[in-house]
Design a protein. Structure first.
Length: 559
């Protein structure tokens, strides 16, 4: 088969659309041993790529798949595809395939280490020179044949240099070191089982990885073209992370302005300090998109963005928004972020919001942080705390109706139709529980989340003591408060005969049955507990009804 027809067959196997193929620059496609790829060139992972993500489950699957193929007479074993762009005659960038490449490199490291442990230094160094390390001609420094992103490269180099034939340095616990430890154990078992033929077995493993464990190597001259085919090539493998899909779509669309788009993406990653955590970045992109276009579920995000962003200009415009919004979103994730100090917004506000663990308000808050002045942002944050409490107590705070309402309010802020906290209230008024709804629900509320119960009770105690009229808790260490139950959660029915046996658990979880004690001896809200002569369901209900009256004032509906 000719080179052209062979390439066409491989493309057909992956079902690449003909129009996409016709629009791409020339592509070099070969079926090649993965070890040969590592030996043939220096590989690097772009800094915007996600980190090494395989856990032990994927490592075990990889090993046993290889082990099964190694023990057969089959001429080759197919591992998938690797998409590369050429950076020079002997250097390439991995657009897709870093997990397989890095894992294979760790297996070569384990093979090298076994030779060294058994005293065969010469052969161990041959593996090291051919597949692991090389010398940079310009600097004369020893460098890895595969360079991962900044978060993983030091761990990879520690793994590759983990043995010098006589000693093994301390190896920190991370995914790469765990993978290497797994392979070292398996390779040692292979050598042990081979007895006096251990060297021949290890030779066969090296040859297997060099020639028989094959991948489809796709070399594309243009990075933008590589990103355009990336999604289709991966359709046959593991499901892609949403952030990966979005990144590669935007990068492919950017074409001649790819460097700009990469810069925007990297800047956003740096601001969030989360290059190895795709979930956080995906959530950020979803909330940013939601602040401009309304509430969007993660499963909808890629298709919606792909339908709306169809030009280079649109891709770059969204890239600018990514870079601009990321520092604000980072502040939403940490009350220690410099944004709060710089704007003089009380740290107690984000600290209190973070206690709730709610996300549906983040598109709204992100839009407001980017557009409101500090004084108005402070008003809105206080209001969102009150609305969140009301939603938690009444219910429905995480439902689709509430999420859509917050998304629409976020769009109103983005478009300038809502410029104050009062404007936002008008946008959300239909989903914010009324005083009567809140009072009634609070009067019977049961809480089984310790952190939320502590917050409610400590905020009420502060309010009663006159130290806080806003429901904020500043600089509170959770360990300083103990949550206590008058009726124990595991009460003995015989000792608590005022309660029916079936109601003990439910009554114990009612807020009226709980209180918090501080390390300084202050207790509250329980100033009324001393007056209760007999603890029974009626006493709990009466106490909780009194709390509900205070709660309506403490967490008001209007800003």
């Amino acid at each position: 088969m000719s080179t052209c027809s062979y390439a066409a067959a491989i493309l057909a196997a992956y079902k690449l659309p003909p129009m996409a193929v016709n629009s791409l620059a020339p592509i070099d496609i070969e079926l090649e041993g993965i070890g040969h790829i590592l030996r043939d060139r220096r590989l690097s992972v772009p800094p915007y790529q996600r980190g090494y993500a395989w856990g032990i489950e994927q490592i075990e699957d990889f090993w046993w798949d290889l082990r099964s193929a190694f023990g057969t007479s089959e001429s080759q074993y197919f591992l998938g595809s690797i998409v590369l762009t050429s950076d020079g005659p002997a250097e390439s960038t991995i657009i897709d395939g870093q997990q397989r490449s890095a894992t294979t490199m760790l297996l070569f490291t384990a093979l090298r280490n076994e030779f060294l442990r058994r005293g065969d230094t010469d052969r161990g160094r041959v593996i090291e020179r051919e597949y692991l390390l090389t010398s940079d001609l310009r600097t004369a420094e020893e460098v890895s044949r595969l360079r991962l992103n900044d978060d993983d490269q030091s761990a990879l180099m520690e793994a590759v240099r983990s043995i010098d034939g006589t000693s093994e340095p301390h190896r920190g616990k991370n995914r790469l070191s765990e993978a290497l430890s797994f392979f070292e154990q398996r390779v040692a078992n292979e050598a042990k089982d081979a007895g006096g033929h251990w060297a021949e077995t290890l030779f066969r493993w090296v040859e297997f990885l060099e020639m028989r464990a094959r991948v489809i190597r796709v070399d594309v001259s243009d990075q933008a073209d590589a990103f355009l085919i990336f999604e289709t090539l991966n359709a046959r493998g593991l499901e892609l992370n949403t952030a990966d899909l979005l990144k590669n779509y935007l990068f492919g669309l950017s074409r001649d302005d790819l460097v700009k788009m990469q810069g925007y993406w990297e800047s956003a990653l740096d601001s969030l300090e989360t290059s190895a955590d795709e979930d956080i970045f995906t959530t950020f992109v979803r909330h940013l998109w939601g602040s401009m276009n309304g509430a969007t579920r993660e499963r909808e995000l890629y298709n919606r963005m792909k339908a709306e962003i169809t030009s280079v200009r649109a891709a770059l415009s969204f890239g600018v928004e990514l870079e601009k919004a990321a520092p604000f979103y980072a502040a939403l994730l940490s009350a220690e972020h410099s944004f709060w100090k710089r704007t003089k917004v009380p740290r107690a506000l984000p600290d209190t919001l973070l206690r709730f663990g709610l996300e549906q308000n983040r598109p709204l808050l992100l839009a407001a942080m980017m557009r409101f002045k500090p004084r108005e942002l402070t008003r809105l944050l206080k209001a969102v705390i009150a609305w969140s409490v009301r939603g938690i107590v009444v219910g429905g705070i995480g439902g689709g109706t509430t999420e859509r309402a917050y998304g629409e309010a976020a769009v109103a802020v983005t478009e300038g139709r809502a410029a104050t906290a009062s404007d936002v209230f008008m946008e959300l008024s239909d989903v914010i529980p009324s005083d009567d709804e809140f009072r009634t629900a609070f009067g019977v509320k049961r809480i089984n989340r310790t952190r939320i119960a502590k917050y409610f009770l400590a905020a009420l105690a502060n309010f009663e003591a006159g130290s806080s009229k806003s429901g904020l808790l500043s600089d509170i260490d959770e360990s300083e408060f103990e949550l206590e139950f008058v009726l124990p959660r595991a009460a003995d029915p015989d000792e608590w005969s005022a309660f029916s046996p079936d109601s003990l658990r439910q009554e114990a979880l009612r807020l009226g049955n709980q209180t918090v004690c501080g390390s300084n001896g202050r207790v509250g809200p329980q100033s009324d507990l001393a007056d209760v002569r007999r603890w029974n369901p009626k006493a709990i209900a009466k106490r909780q009804a009194a709390m509900a009256e205070v709660a309506v004032e403490l967490w008001p509906r209007k800003p």
